[in-house]
Design a protein around this ligand. Structure first.
Ligand code: GLN
Length: 487
């Protein structure tokens, strides 16, 4: 078997039945990392010893005929804002340099219980603020399809690691598109689950009312398998939904018949600024679902015009509060504070610890929450958020899933959008609505435009991840896309 060319699902069963050992697989992955990582820069930290220890344990159990988990031996890369016990977790920021969490995030415990092998922590925009991974304090990750281009972000390292075969699966987090954007740019599948479906315990907060941890995978089935492992109620996350664990793969065994499934194209998702070649790939794929008897229509969600602005006000406001805890005393970086009173010592740590973009957002968020401006900005943004939710609720009376491009363009050149922050924010126009409304949304690759992947986004009502998987798996089954290792 050639492990690098197989799905996570196939690998797990091969490890379970002794066709390949977890150690052999890990050796192979490290070979691959040695070959491509100098070009890609997907990882901030590799956890080689920990990975080998886990792989050894799995192999021993297989040899003894003991039970192994659903992800036996599957190598997983984890975004660097998710806590892994005793592995440095920086959130892409200097301010957390040297922070080694004393506990595992719930998702990490769940992966471990199913015998996944965690290989390292992936590069990201600092505190998940960005769409290109260029705001990392550590390195610039490159797009495996074109090394001159960004991988998307903020979970750029995770998507690039999967696309380049440095991991079989990855975890990312998505506050306003950070899983779907890099998935689209790197030609992989990425899911932002329903808000509350996956525990956020151990996820370092950026904007907690918007974000979810989710999987990035080579194909839809691997994505569904990963969600089956990480989803579920967690008493340690107060926003966690009380839902029974579910096997999302079960629904994917059927043959494809989408009779009765109504797919609605969101008109605003195809507005000005969407690259023509992107729109045409996406529309081609959506209309090809007619071959499977789906019915396709169009719908307008008028509130989406204000979604991006509302998102940035809310996200920055929450960030300004969430990031207040970084004082340089409790975690990570601590600069010399000799002779300084505590106020000055905090200020110095924060000045030297945070990057430009993070500071910009803390300042804007603090402004939006301050007396006299709160009503004009924060409160107004919350009202827009409600309107967006209501628009989606209305749309789901007419359609089962909503669709459009994940990103308005293909991956752009490194540095191209670093001058003007607003220009970069605009790229999130199609991804933020699902976060505002707490809805599940997936990005799947649907073809290439000038050699670069195009992502199709599908959005479903809350808790209808199965529906998303079914429709996206159908798209896959039409054979327009299959995963290939890059570079
Ligand atoms: N690009 C968006 C932002 O910068 C989304 C980031 C994310 O989902 N973490 O806020």
């Amino acid at each position: 078997m050639r492990p690098l060319y197989n799905s996570a699902e196939r690998i797990a069963s091969a490890v379970e039945n002794g066709e390949i050992s977890a150690i052999e697989l890990l050796d192979e992955i490290f070979e691959r990392i040695k070959a491509v990582e100098p070009k890609i820069n997907a990882f901030i930290t590799l956890a080689e010893d920990k990975a080998y220890e886990k792989a050894k344990d799995i192999d021993q159990r297989v040899r003894k005929g003991l039970k192994v988990g659903r992800l036996a031996g599957v190598v997983v890369a984890v975004k660097d804002n998710i806590c892994v016990k005793n592995v440095e977790t920086t959130c892409g920021s200097k301010i957390l340099k040297g922070y080694f969490p004393s506990y595992n995030a719930t998702v990490i415990e769940k992966l471990d219980m199913e015998d996944a092998v965690i290989i390292g922590k992936t590069n990201m925009d600092e505190f998940a603020m960005g769409s290109t991974t260029e705001f990392s304090a550590y390195k610039t990750t490159r797009n495996p399809y074109d090394l001159e281009r960004v991988p998307g972000g903020s979970s750029g390292g995770s998507a690039a690691a999967v696309a380049s075969g440095e991991a079989l699966l990855a975890l990312g987090s998505d506050t306003g598109g950070s899983i779907r954007c890099p998935a689209a740019f790197c030609g992989v599948v990425g899911l932002k689950p329903t808000y509350g479906l996956v525990s956020r315990y151990g996820l370092i907060a950026y904007a907690n009312s918007l974000e979810q941890i989710g999987p990035i995978a080579r194909n839809v089935r691997d994505c569904a398998l990963s969600l089956s492992v990480i989803a579920g109620y967690d008493p340690r996350d107060s926003t966690s939904l009380t839902v029974q664990p579910k096997d999302y793969l079960e629904d994917l065994n059927a043959t494809y018949d989408l009779k009765g499934v109504r797919v609605g194209i969101i008109k605003e998702f195809l507005a000005e600024g969407v690259q023509e070649s992107v729109a045409s790939k996406v529309l081609d794929t959506i209309y090809s679902l007619e071959e499977l008897d789906a019915s396709i229509g169009e719908i307008s969600l008028e509130s989406l015009e204000y979604a991006l602005a509302a998102y940035y006000v809310i996200a920055m406001s929450e960030a300004s509060s969430n990031l207040a805890r970084y004082d340089g005393l409790r975690y990570g970086l601590r600069v010399s504070d000799q002779g300084l009173n505590w106020g000055r010592a905090y200020a110095k740590n924060r000045r030297l610890g945070f990057g430009e973009e993070v500071k910009r957002r803390i300042i804007l968020g603090t402004f939006a929450l301050s007396a006299g401006y709160y009503e004009a900005y924060y409160l107004k943004a919350l009202k827009v958020r409600t309107l967006v939710l209501m628009d989606f609720q209305r749309a789901f009376k007419e359609f089962d899933v909503l669709a459009g491009p994940s990103m308005p363009t293909v991956a752009f050149k490194i540095g191209e959008k670093m001058e003007d922050p607003l220009e970069l924010y605009m790229c999130d126009v199609n991804t933020v609505p699902a976060n505002l409304a707490g809805l599940p949304a997936i990005s799947i690759p649907c073809g290439l435009s000038e050699g670069l992947p195009v992502g199709l986004q599908l959005i479903a009502p809350p808790m209808e991840e199965s529906r998303l998987f079914k429709v996206s798996h159908s798209c896959e089954s039409l054979g327009k896309w299959s995963f290939t290792l890059k570079p």
